[in-house]
Write a protein that binds this ligand. Structure first.
Ligand code: MBD
Ligand code: FE
Length: 302
């Protein structure tokens, strides 16, 4: 079976491009890349890749598409067979569409939640241009072969999503929490495709947007601490305070992006364990603060 190797890129659209440029560089530390003749978008860079996030300036304030990588053209061809065998509709992208994404092979489809989904191989690597963060960083972003981070996506039928991501994309995972939530229990599902403990999660009910949060990790604790200072100094609402998750063991906090969905910044997640387990609380912290941003979850049981 061909397996997805990483969450490689995402496309988002925003209503306030200037707010996003300032936020992405000065709060998070992404490198801003603007290409000549492309006035309708800009790129955010985290590592040696040409980009990890494509920001379209046409105003939906939501996720537009998700790009999942396979290792080679050979693997992409085998993935087509896998999609055919599973009865999943897809389209082979045109040469222009491949150029638009800076990849050499590309399939376009939708996942069971209706999220525009792309599978690609052979992305453009800017080996000759050192990553230059938008604000000073002591370390780097945890990316490379672990992909850009993780997301919670809208999936009205979590079981169908689990079957798709595990049986068609070759990922693995489980429900990893049973948590108290307004109106009942939240049972989020988590799936992984490499050393990052999870690349995708779903099973949060009543999501208005396709994306609940994007997680990005720093290699150095001081960079997370500095981001936390900057978020607090800018009076950006914090939905979940600093704390440590039980599943990925990462230190993280969640704040609101200029698009209204959440960014989870983290440090030092553990690698994917061999076997699945579930939890009823986080290790410490992660107290709810600003509510109504889609993370009204009791992860701290004190
Ligand atoms: C996560 O990254 C997360 O977002 C939640 C809700 C629980 C565990 C790990
Ligand atoms: Fe998360």
């Amino acid at each position: 079976m061909v397996e997805i190797t990483e969450l490689g890129y995402i496309g988002i659209s925003v209503s306030d491009a200037e707010a996003w440029k300032t936020y992405a560089t000065e709060v998070i530390g992404f490198e801003l890349v603007e290409e000549q003749g492309e006035d309708d978008r800009f790129y955010l860079r985290m590592d040696e890749m040409h980009h990890r996030i494509i920001v379209h300036t046409d105003g939906n304030d939501d996720l537009e598409y998700v790009g999942w990588r396979v290792k080679s053209p050979k693997a992409l061809k085998a993935m087509k067979q896998q999609l055919d065998d599973a009865g999943v509709d897809y389209r082979v992208a045109t040469d222009d569409e491949c150029r638009e994404r800076h990849v050499l092979g590309l399939l376009k489809l939708t996942d069971p939640g209706g999220n525009p989904t792309e599978i690609y191989c052979t992305p453009r690597v800017e080996a000759d241009r050192a990553f230059h963060p938008g604000r000073p960083l002591w370390g780097k972003f945890t990316a490379g072969g672990q992909g850009l981070g993780h997301m919670i996506l809208r999936q009205p039928d979590p079981q169908a999503a689990y079957d798709f991501y595990t049986e068609v994309f070759g990922m693995d995972g489980s429900i990893e929490y049973k948590l108290p939530a307004p109106g009942g229990e939240a049972t989020p599902w988590f799936v992984h495709c490499n050393n990052r403990q999870h690349s995708l999660a779903f099973g949060i009910p009543n999501m208005e947007k396709r994306i609940n949060h994007l997680n990005i990790e720093y290699t150095e604790l001081d960079d997370l601490g500095k981001s936390h200072d900057i978020v607090r100094h800018h009076n950006i609402p914090v939905a979940i305070q600093l704390g440590k998750h039980s599943n990925d063991k990462a230190l993280s906090f969640y704040h609101v992006t200029p698009s209204g969905w959440l960014m989870e910044l983290g440090w030092e997640g553990r690698h994917t364990p061999d076997q699945e387990e579930y939890y009823v609380a986080d290790i410490w912290g992660h107290e709810m603060e600003a509510q109504g941003f889609g993370m009204d979850l009791e992860m701290n049981r004190e």
